[in-house]
Design a protein around this ligand. Structure first.
Ligand code: ADP
Ligand code: MG
Length: 332
């Protein structure tokens, strides 16, 4: 999905009002009736329809012919637009560069501020593959009738942002968080390669220990990455130090399946080092030893983080369902 920033500069205040009205209406309508859009935007019916037509042409909204009424829904393009506009209003982002990652559940771009300083913008795109899974779990959605992709993607971004911030504050090797809006997070652009692309390292043993130490450090802080693998570990070009990315699936060490998540993270590293570097060690962390050893040296726990970020247990549960689904399907 292409992110078009040039479009950002050409929108009238009325168009913006209508687009925002579609977003607001989406909170309780899967298809927002034109009359409601007109009501929310405070603009006349005729004018609104014309503007909606224009927005639809630019793929910011899509017209939906419903059995009961005609209406519009916000597209990812429209949601991107609103997020980018928020980021540019705050002077966080000025221009959009190349796409550097296309995940199943996100798009990653290099962007820059007005001084040309490069950063990474990650747009969460939940719903591409996971929408079905979540729809089956309506009990977690409370009063919400549907788990819209917008809501899910925003939750994922908010969760990733909350973790990124707290991990960075506690000196974990993660990108520096810069800003967050809707389904997007803005962070430091690392001059680094994913471990996946690296064929040789000066000392596989050293890197292996660093990564296992990190898993242990996470666990001492009450956290399990949950997707700790060669795709989400970047190695800095200058000093070869590892940096960890991609946090929306993080789980607590108090989670009922914590041991399973922990072992999977450990096994991912062991398997990768065996295959790629022909490196194998008898030393690797075990959940019981790590979590039961009483050395919570980082002094913060997931639950605290979760509460501070305004994340309820219910939201956590909703996202969890998505990640269980994502991690059991094939491509990463
Ligand atoms: P996904 O959820 O799609 O896996 P990731 O957060 O893992 O998204 O990012 C996808 C890819 O984008 C990474 O593998 C990496 O190559 C690149 N990337 C992500 N964040 C950064 C960053 N801060 N600096 C440099 N590259 C990054
Ligand atoms: Mg990833």
């Amino acid at each position: 999905m292409k992110l078009d920033a040039t479009d950002l500069r050409y929108m009238t205040p009325e168009e913006f009002r209508v687009l925002t009205a579609v977003e607001m209406g989406s909170k309780n309508h899967e298809v927002v009736p034109s009359a409601l859009i007109s009501q929310i935007s405070g603009l006349r019916n005729g004018g609104v329809n014309k503007i909606l037509g224009g927005l639809a042409k630019r793929n910011l909204v899509a017209k939906v012919q419903n059995s009961k009424y005609d209406g519009y829904r916000l597209t990812y393009g429209g949601y991107d637009y609103l997020a980018m506009r928020a980021l540019s209003k705050r002077d966080s982002v000025y221009s959009v560069g190349n796409q550097i990652g296309v995940g199943k559940e996100s798009d990653v771009y290099v962007v820059a501020n007005s001084e040309g300083h490069e950063m990474v913008l990650k747009l969460h795109r939940l719903g591409r593959v996971s929408f079905r899974a979540i729809k089956e779990k309506r009990d977690y959605l409370g009063r919400r009738k549907s788990a819209s992709w917008m809501y899910m993607s925003r939750l994922a971004a908010q969760k990733e942002w909350a973790f990124l911030k707290v991990l960075h504050e506690h000196q974990f090797p993660v990108p520096r968080p810069i800003d967050q809006a809707r389904h997007c997070i803005l962070m430091e652009f690392l001059d680094a390669y994913p471990l996946r692309q690296i064929d040789q390292v000066p000392s596989p043993g050293k890197l292996y220990s660093q990564l296992m130490d990190l898993i242990v450090r996470f666990a001492h802080a009450g956290l399990i990455h949950g997707d700790f693998n060669e795709f989400n570990i970047l190695v800095r070009r200058d000093d070869g130090e590892p940096v960890v990315i991609d946090f929306p699936q993080m789980v607590s060490t108090a989670h009922e399946n914590a041991e399973w998540y922990f072992n999977r993270d450990v096994e991912c590293i062991r398997t990768f080092f065996r295959r790629r570097f022909k490196y194998e060690s008898a030393i690797y962390p075990r959940f019981r030893n790590v979590v039961g050893d009483g050395s919570k040296d980082d002094g913060f726990l997931l639950d605290v983080v979760v509460e501070a970020s305004g994340f309820g247990r219910r939201e956590m549960k909703v996202l969890e369902q998505v990640w269980v689904y994502v991690s059991t399907s094939t491509v990463r």
